[in-house]
Structures are given as structure tokens and as C-alpha cells.
Design a protein around this ligand. Structure first.
Ligand SMILES: [Mg+2]
Length: 120
């Protein structure tokens, strides 16, 4: 069974993502900011990270940079953004994100992104 770390400061988004991912037979763990996500990535092995951009304590971008700098084999990263954050997509892909998804996302969209990065 594949597992996904959902990183978002919004409890509602984490809940929606969990619901969708579990319906795709993916095990879910959650982190509410980049720092917590980083420590979870150090102790566990996740297949994919669903990553929010704007979070307190440590942003998605900072998380991505540190993850890439410290992990030679790292999980796939799907970066989540809103329509207002379209300008961040290039920066996120340049920093090592494998794919991106627009919020709010639905099951079909998330499923196709997971297929693109090879998790499904
Ligand atoms: Mg956020």
C-alpha cells in the first residue's frame, strides 16, 4: 500500500485530501507545516507528499528546498496552489516539485496527478 503525507495548515483541506486518498487505497499521514513535515520525512518513508505553499512556521517552498538538500531519495512531491498562486508554479517546479494541482482539487484530478508521478 502506498502512503502519502498531506502537508497543509488547513484542517479542512487535510480532511478532504485524506478522504480522497483513502478512497484510492493510499495510507495517509498529516503535517500542518513544513517543519513537522520535514521531521516526518526523516522518520518515515512516504511515497508522495501533497504540499501546500502558504503555511506558518515553514512554507512549502522552504520544506521542498530542505527536503531536496537533505534526501538523496525523496518522496514525489505534488505542490498545491490556488488560482492566486499560479506565479509560484515555476518556482516550485524549479525547486524540485514533480507536479502541481490547483485547489480546490477533486478525486479525478488528484488521481491523475498521482498517476503522472507514478504513485498509482
Ligand atoms: Mg495554507
Amino acid at each position: 500500500m502506498k502512503n502519502c503525507l498531506v502537508v497543509d495548515d488547513s484542517k479542512v483541506i487535510r480532511k478532504v485530501a485524506r478522504h480522497i486518498l483513502e478512497s484510492l487505497d493510499i495510507t495517509v499521514s498529516e503535517a500542518c507545516d513544513g517543519r513537522e513535515a520535514l521531521s516526518q520525512c526523516q522518520s518515515g518513508n512516504h511515497d508522495v507528499v501533497l504540499l501546500d505553499w502558504n503555511m506558518p512556521v515553514m512554507s512549502g517552498m522552504e520544506f521542498l528546498q530542505q527536503l531536496t538538500a537533505t534526501h538523496s531519495s525523496r518522496p514525489k512531491v505534488i505542490f498545491c496552489t490556488t488560482e492566486n498562486g499560479l506565479g509560484h508554479i515555476k518556482a516550485a517546479l524549479d525547486a524540485g516539485a514533480d507536479e502541481y494541482v490547483m485547489k480546490p482539487f477533486d478525486r479525478d484530478t488528484l488521481e491523475s496527478k498521482l498517476q503522472i508521478v507514478g504513485v498509482l
